[in-house]
Design a protein around this ligand. Structure first.
Ligand SMILES: [Zn+2]
Length: 506
C-alpha cells in the first residue's frame, strides 16, 4: 500500500517529514519501502509482513543513543574511544569503556546516564521526558505514538477513536486532534469506564508541542489558546523527529523551499557548508531538480526555558544560487600558473568570495593570478574572465541587463577583431602581458594611449581593411565605461591578439 504525506510549508513539520524520509531510507534494507521525495509530498510503500512500528522504534532509540554517545565528549574520553562507541551497539558500552581503561567511577557514572536516555529538549514531558518516571514508560508512550501515527496514515480508525475527537489540527489543518492524551498510567481501552477527573486530557502545552507560544517561533501565529490541544498525533510525531534532527545533526541553520526534495538537498548542503567543494556538488544536484523561487533560511538557537528557537535569517534567491554555481565552475576551469604553490587554498578562497557575493573580489583575485608566462593560457583565462563578467551582470534588473549585455557582447566582438588585427606582429606575446599589467594596475589612460599607439604604428596608412577595424567608441569605452565593461573589452582585445589571425569579417 502506498502512503503519501503532504508537506504544508510548516517548517517544523516539514523538517520532521524530511528526517522521517532519511529514517525510512535507513530501515529500507530490502528495498521494499522505497521512500521518495516529491515537490509537495513524501511517498513510500507500507510492505505487508513488515513491522514498521518496531523498525521505527528501534531506529529512534538507536539515534538517541548515538546522540548520547556524542555528548560524552564532556567526559573527556579519547576521540578514538568516542568513534568506537558511536558505531557499536549499546550492549558494548561497558566492554568498550573497560577496554579503553576508563576509571571504574567514570564508567559507573556513564552507565548510569546511559540508562536514562529520554527524548531531547522535552525534559519536563510526562510522556517522552524525565517526568515519565522511567525509560520503560517513555518507550511505552513512544510505541503508542508510533502506533497512532501509523494508524492515522493507514486510515485505521478503531484504536485512534479511543482517544476521542477534538478540533482540527492547527498545524496540518487536515487531521482531527484527539481529546485524550497518550499515557502509561492506564490502558486507553479503559477510558470510557474511568471517571472524567482521572482521564488525561490532551492539553495545549510545551510538552506536547515545543514551540507553541514561545518567542520567535514558527507557531506563535497558530497559538489557539484552548484547553484542548489542537495538534494531531501525526504532527506530534513529526515534531519529535524535528527535535531528534536538531539533536543529532546540531544544525545551525534550517532551510525551507517550496519543494520538499530541494529542501532536503539544501539542508544536506548547508550541513556541509564547511567544505566548499562538496557544497558545489550539492548546488548541482539542486540545480538539476528545477527551480524553486525562494529559499528561506532559519537560524536555530536553544534556550533552557523556551526550548528551540527559530529565527528567520535570510532569503536566498534561487537565481543567485545558480549564478554562484556557474562562477565556481569558471574558477575550476581557470588555468593557474604552474609555479603557484597554494593553488587549492586560492580556489577555496575564490569560492568563498563567490558564496559571500563578493564577485568583484573573486574577479580581482583571478586577474591577479592570470599567469602571464604562457600566451595560450592567457587567452584561455581571458575568455573565462569575460564569462565571469557577463555572468555577474545577471544581478542587474532583467530588462536593463538584456540591452546592456547585447550591446556589450556586440562591442566585445568588435574589440576581439581589433585585437586580432595585431595578431601578426612579432612581439604579440609581450604585448599581451603588458596590456594585462595595465589592466591590473587600473591605468586606463595608459591603456588608451598604448592601444592608439599600437594602432597607428602597426597599421599601414591607407589600408582600408585595417581602418575598418578601428572601434569608434575606443576612447569612451577605455576611459569612461564601467569597470566590468572596461575589463570585458580589454579581455576581448587580448584574446583576439593572441589568436591566430582570421579573415576578419565583422
Ligand atoms: Zn496535524
Amino acid at each position: 500500500m502506498q502512503i503519501n504525506i503532504l508537506k504544508n510549508g510548516e517548517l517544523v513539520r516539514d523538517t520532521g517529514i524530511l528526517y522521517f524520509y532519511r529514517m525510512l531510507r535507513e530501515i529500507d534494507e530490502d528495498n521494499r519501502i522505497q521512500p521518495k521525495l516529491h515537490r509537495n509530498h513524501l511517498s513510500f510503500e507500507m510492505p505487508a509482513e513488515f513491522d514498521m512500528k518496531k523498525a521505527l522504534f528501534t531506529q529512534i532509540v538507536t539515534e538517541l543513543y548515538r546522540a548520547f554517545v556524542r555528548d560524552l565528549i564532556v567526559e573527556k574520553l579519547s576521540d578514538d574511544l568516542l568513534n568506537k562507541l558511536e558505531v557499536a551497539p549499546k550492549e558494548h558500552l561497558i566492554e568498550l569503556l573497560e577496554a579503553a581503561k576508563v576509571s571504574p567511577d567514570k564508567i559507573k557514572k556513564i552507565v548510569a546516564k546511559s540508562q536514562k536516555i529520554y527524548f531531547p529538549y522535552l525534559r519536563n514531558s510526562g510522556k517522552f521526558g524525565a517526568n515519565a518516571g522511567t525509560v520503560a514508560n517513555f518507550h511505552q508512550n513512544l510505541k503508542e505514538l508510533l502506533q497512532l501515527f501509523l494508524d492515522s496514515l493507514l486510515k485505521q480508525r478503531e484504536h485512534l477513536e479511543l482517544y476521542g475527537e477534538g478540533s482540527n489540527c492547527s498545524v496540518c489543518q487536515e487531521n482531527t486532534a484527539p481529546l485524550y492524551d497518550i499515557t502509561h498510567k492506564y490502558a486507553i481501552e479503559t477510558i470510557e469506564k474511568m471517571k472524567p477527573n482521572k482521564r488525561i486530557v490532551r492539553t495545549d502545552s510545551k510538552y506536547l508541542y515545543t514551540f507553541k507560544g514561545s518567542e520567535n517561533n514558527t507557531f506563535s501565529n497558530y497559538g489557539r489558546v484552548n484547553q484542548y490541544s489542537s495538534v494531531c498525533f501525526e504532527c506530534e510525531f513529526f515534531n519529535l523527529l524535528f527535535l531528534l534532527y536538531v539533536k543529532v545533526e546540531k544544525p545551525q541553520y534550517l532551510v525551507m523551499t517550496d519543494s520538499l526534495e530541494i529542501t532536503y538537498l539544501l539542508q544536506r548542503k548547508i550541513q556541509m557548508k564547511k567544505n566548499v567543494y562538496t557544497t558545489q556538488a550539492f548546488y548541482y544536484q539542486v540545480a538539476g531538480l528545477g527551480r524553486s523561487s525562494k529559499v528561506r533560511l532559519y537560524r536555530i538557537t536553544t534556550d533552557a526555558n523556551q526550548g528551540i528557537l527559530l529565527q528567520t535569517e535570510e532569503i536566498i534567491e534561487y537565481e543567485r544560487l545558480k549564478v554562484q554555481l556557474i562562477l565556481m565552475d569558471l574558477v575550476d576551469k581557470f588555468s593557474f600558473p604552474d609555479q603557484l604553490k597554494n593553488r587549492n587554498e586560492l580556489i577555496n578562497q575564490l569560492k568563498k568570495h563567490i558564496l559571500n557575493d563578493n564577485y568583484d573580489g573573486a574577479y580581482r583575485l583571478l586577474l591577479d593570478n592570470i599567469g602571464i608566462d604562457d600566451e595560450t593560457r592567457l587567452a584561455h583565462n581571458y575568455k573565462l574572465l569575460g564569462n565571469f563578467i557577463t555572468e555577474t551582470m545577471n544581478s542587474l534588473e532583467i530588462r536593463r541587463k538584456e540591452t546592456m549585455m547585447n550591446e556589450m557582447k556586440n562591442r566585445g566582438k568588435i574589440y576581439w577583431h581589433f585585437g586580432n588585427s595585431f595578431s601578426r606582429i612579432e612581439n604579440k606575446k609581450n604585448l599581451g602581458f603588458r596590456l594585462t599589467q595595465l589592466l591590473r594596475s587600473d591605468n586606463r589612460t595608459r591603456m588608451h594611449e598604448d592601444l592608439l599607439h599600437l594602432y597607428f604604428t602597426t597599421t599601414e596608412k591607407g589600408n582600408d581593411e585595417s581602418f575598418s577595424n578601428f572601434p569608434n567608441w575606443l576612447a569612451e569605452d577605455i576611459l569612461c565605461s564601467s569597470t566590468k565593461e572596461y575589463h570585458y573589452y580589454v579581455g576581448q582585445i587580448i584574446q583576439g591578439l593572441l589568436t591566430v589571425k582570421k579573415e576578419n569579417k565583422i
